[in-house]
Design a protein around this ligand. Structure first.
Ligand SMILES: NC(=O)c1ccc[n+]([C@@H]2O[C@H](COP(=O)([O-])OP(=O)(O)OC[C@H]3O[C@@H](n4cnc5c(N)ncnc54)[C@H](O)[C@@H]3O)[C@@H](O)[C@H]2O)c1
Length: 242
């Protein structure tokens, strides 16, 4: 199950998982893009409309997955919503949208998918947080607060699940070339200058690709990470190494 699998990092993860032999259910509020990807990739991929902020929609997608496959091996909590606004200009509506998508959504998905993983004694959950959940940035209180919450949520769940056979880990991408990054630079007075600035803050001198993040997600999904529980992996071109 990959939330937000219709675009960006999620879509790259869907593609990578399919090449590794997985069957994938995309849960995304952008059903049109999710269905387009599913029809491109064939029978291994299905798509369902789901806004992760709402428990009834999460319950429906979890039920559909268990009705079809009897068990879910991997949950990728990737759906995310950004905000680049000062704490005092952020509206309650914007705050709630970001918290509900980036923090409540992963909790709801875990609430409705993980208990059956625990019953079965195996499963892997991968939460996609952010660089913004590890260090402070200006104009990032809503987004960084939610992503920082997701980092600690991962650790808390990891302890709660430690003896169950279910693993949960977290990937923190740096600046990655996706629609989210395009939307952010669209808001800047000079888009090209904003992209140059984003590139310059990455010690490796370039932005990351969605495929590079998908590789890290695959590692946590696979048995190669069998000893990882509550790990937080920065996939950020060296940013947090500074
Ligand atoms: N792009 C970056 O630079 C970057 C950096 C750090 C972290 N991240 C995180 O990686 C994840 C993926 O980001 P991306 O860059 O691929 O973004 P994106 O905007 O390209 O794709 C996000 C996907 O999530 C879906 N989505 C958004 N809100 C949803 C909701 N409430 N319910 C269900 N689906 C929803 C969208 O429809 C879209 O398909 C996000 O959690 C994001 O915060 C991205």
């Amino acid at each position: 199950m990959i939330t937000g699998g219709a675009n960006g990092i999620g879509a790259a993860t869907v593609r990578r998982f399919v090449t590794e032999g997985a069957q994938v259910l995309i849960a995304d509020r952008d059903l049109e893009a999710a269905q387009a990807l599913a029809s491109e990739l064939g029978a291994a991929v299905s798509a369902m409309a789901c806004d992760v902020r709402f428990e009834d929609q999460v319950q429906a997608v979890a039920k559909a997955a268990y009705d079809r496959w009897a068990h879910v091996d991997i949950l990728v909590n990737n759906a995310g919503s950004e905000l680049n606004r000062s704490y005092d200009e952020t509206t309650v509506e914007e705050w709630d949208r970001v918290q509900d998508t980036d923090l409540k959504g992963p909790w709801l998905m875990c609430k409705h998918l993980v208990p059956k993983m625990v019953e079965r004694g195996s499963g892997s959950v991968i939460n996609i947080a952010s660089l913004n959940g590890l260090v402070g940035f200006p104009l990032s209180t809503a987004y960084g607060g939610a992503k920082g919450g997701l980092v600690v949520f991962t650790r808390d769940m990891a302890i709660e699940l430690a003896a169950t056979g279910v693993r949960i880990n977290c990937v923190c991408p740096g600046v990655i070339e996706t629609g989210m990054m395009e939307r952010w630079t669209d808001l800047m007075p000079d888009k090209q200058e904003a992209k140059r600035m984003l590139t310059s803050v990455m010690p490796i001198g370039r932005m990351g690709t969605a495929e590079e993040v998908a590789g890290a997600i695959l590692f946590f999904a696979s048995d190669d990470s069998s000893l990882c529980q509550g790990a937080v992996l920065a996939v950020d071109g060296g940013f947090t190494a500074q």
